[in-house]
Design a binder for this molecule. Structure first.
Ligand SMILES: [Zn+2]
Length: 138
């Protein structure tokens, strides 16, 4: 279901709760809402009014969902000015060219822990989404 984008900074500043396999509907809403917003490369669940730690983003092979994403390694820092669908401003932040992210994938109704190496633009979008899950606004 396509949801409205949350812009309330107080709500967006709350750290997300762990997601469970019962949150598949939130993941679907994220994908639907992302598809409905042309300029959107990624979304976190709190941007559509859910308290769960879930992100969706456009990966190398199309839209992808990560439950409970955690960045476990970073390499090659750089500074970039980032926008956000929830904010009217851009902010300069430090990101990393290479990241390793650990997350849960939903497989047959159960979570499986996965690790992925990401680079460049996709890595930046995922870092932005993980910040949202921590209640951090760019
Ligand atoms: Zn954002």
């Amino acid at each position: 279901m396509i949801k409205d984008i949350v812009k309330d900074e107080e709500l967006l500043s709350k750290p997300a709760e762990p997601a469970t396999p019962e949150d598949a509907n939130v993941a679907q809403d994220l994908l639907d809402t992302m598809a409905a917003n042309e300029d959107c490369a990624g979304l976190a669940a709190n941007q559509i009014g859910s308290t769960k730690a879930i992100i969706a983003f456009l990966g190398a092979h199309g839209p992808q969902v990560m439950y409970n994403p955690k960045i476990v390694a970073t390499m090659v820092p750089y500074k970039v000015s980032e926008g956000c669908l929830s904010l009217d401003r851009e902010t300069v932040v430090q990101r990393f060219q290479l990241i390793r992210v650990q997350f849960d994938a939903l497989v047959d109704g159960k979570f499986e822990s996965r690790t992925r190496k990401l680079t460049g633009w996709v890595a930046e979008v995922v870092q932005h989404g993980v910040d949202h899950c921590a209640g951090k606004l760019v």
